[in-house]
Write a protein that binds this ligand. Structure first.
Ligand code: SF4
Length: 317
C-alpha cells in the first residue's frame, strides 16, 4: 500500500474535507464574503488590465452582497450553508478580488468581526502573491495564535509564459518567494495555491513541473480549475475570434490525473474542476456546468487508470 492509499482509503486523492474533519472533528464549510472591491490589476488600481479570464466581479460568487455589511454577509450565508449541509462549524472565506489590497486596519477589523461568531472556527483569505505586507503577515500570525488561519494564493501557474499570457502582473518567482516567506514567517498559517490548467501550448511536462513545485514548497493544499471563458472578459474576445479553445473534459481529466499522480499525498485538494460562480456568465466550455458529473468523471478516470494521488511521487531523499 502506498502513502496515497493510506491517505485516501475511499478516494483516489486527499480531499480537503478530510483534512478539516480530522482537524475539527466534524465537517466545516466556508462562508464566502467580500470586503474588497479591487485588486492591483483592475482599472482603478495600478492601471493594469485585469487578468485575461477575470470578470468584473473579481471571482466573487455573490457580487450583489458586496453592498451588505460583513455581518449581514456572514449571517446570510451561514443560514444558507447550515440549511443545505446541516453543519455547525464555519470558516469565513474572504474570497473576492484581493482582500489584502486594502488597509490592514480594515482587514484586522473584518477578522475580529468574523471570529466573534462562536461557530466560526477560522479565517481563510484569498489573495495574490504580491499583496502581502509585513503588517498583514503579523495579522495572520495573530489569528493563527487563536484560531485556524488559511491563506489561498492565486498563483494560477508556475510558468512565466503562462502568467504573461494571462496578464497576472506577477511572476512565478514572486509566487515562490511569497510562499517561502509565509512558510518561514507564519509557520502556523495553512497555505494553499490555486492553479489553472488549459493554457494554450500547455504540455504534460508543464503539469508535472507544477506538481513538483507544489511538493518542493510543501504546500498544505491546492485548488484546481480548468480555464473557462466568462462573458465580458478578454478571454471571451479571444474565444470569439477562435484564438483560444477551452480544454475538453477528457484531456482535462488526464491533466488532473497526471498532476495528482506526481503530487505529494500530504497535500490536500480543494477542488478538481472549475465551477462558474454565475452560470449565466459562462460562455464555454459547456461541460463545466455539471459540477458533480465532472468531479465524478475525473475520479472515474483516475480509478480506471489506476491513478492515485502521489502514485508517481518521489519524496526528496
Ligand atoms: S483574477 Fe484576481 S487579480 Fe486578476 S483581475 Fe481578477 S480580481 Fe484581480
Amino acid at each position: 500500500m502506498n502513502e496515497a492509499s493510506q491517505n485516501t482509503p475511499d478516494m483516489p486523492f486527499y480531499p480537503v474535507s478530510r483534512f478539516y474533519k480530522d482537524k475539527f472533528g466534524e465537517k466545516v464549510f466556508k462562508i464566502p464574503v467580500a470586503i474588497a472591491g479591487k485588486c492591483p490589476n483592475v482599472k482603478d488600481g495600478s492601471g493594469l488590465k485585469t487578468c485575461i479570464f477575470c470578470d468584473e466581479w473579481g471571482s466573487f460568487a455573490y457580487p450583489e452582497n458586496q453592498q451588505r455589511s460583513l455581518r449581514e454577509q456572514i449571517e446570510m450565508h451561514r443560514k444558507r450553508v447550515r440549511e443545505r449541509y446541516n453543519t455547525n462549524k464555519f470558516f469565513v472565506y474572504f474570497q473576492a478580488y484581493t482582500t489584502t489590497y486594502t488597509q490592514v486596519k480594515r482587514v484586522r477589523e473584518a477578522f475580529e468581526i468574523a471570529l466573534g461568531y462562536d461557530d466560526v472556527v477560522g479565517i481563510i483569505i484569498g489573495t495574490r502573491p504580491d499583496c502581502l505586507s509585513p503588517a498583514l503577515l503579523e495579522t495572520f500570525n495573530d489569528v493563527a495564535e487563536r484560531s485556524f488561519m488559511g491563506l489561498e494564493l492565486g498563483v494560477q501557474s508556475f510558468d512565466n509564459r503562462q502568467l504573461e499570457w494571462m496578464r497576472r502582473g506577477h511572476t512565478a518567482e514572486q509566487s515562490v518567494a511569497a510562499i517561502r516567506r509565509i512558510k518561514s514567517e507564519c509557520p502556523r498559517v495553512n497555505i494553499g495555491v490555486h492553479l489553472m490548467f488549459g493554457w494554450p501550448g500547455e504540455t504534460r511536462e508543464d503539469i508535472i513541473a507544477a506538481a513538483e513545485q507544489c511538493n518542493q514548497l510543501q504546500l498544505d493544499n491546492v485548488k484546481l480549475h480548468n480555464l473557462h471563458v466568462l462573458k465580458n472578459t478578454d478571454l471571451e474576445k479571444l474565444y470569439n475570434t477562435k484564438k483560444f479553445k477551452p480544454v475538453e473534459m477528457e484531456p482535462y481529466a488526464e491533466y488532473v490525473g497526471l498532476f495528482l499522480a506526481h503530487l505529494s499525498p500530504a497535500i490536500a485538494i480543494h477542488r478538481l474542476v472549475a465551477t462558474a460562480s454565475r452560470w449565466d456568465e459562462l460562455v464555454s466550455p459547456q461541460w463545466t456546468r455539471n459540477k458533480m458529473q465532472n468531479y465524478q468523471h475525473v475520479v472515474t478516470y483516475m480509478r480506471q487508470n489506476n491513478i492515485s494521488q502521489g502514485c508517481e511521487y518521489e519524496s526528496a531523499p
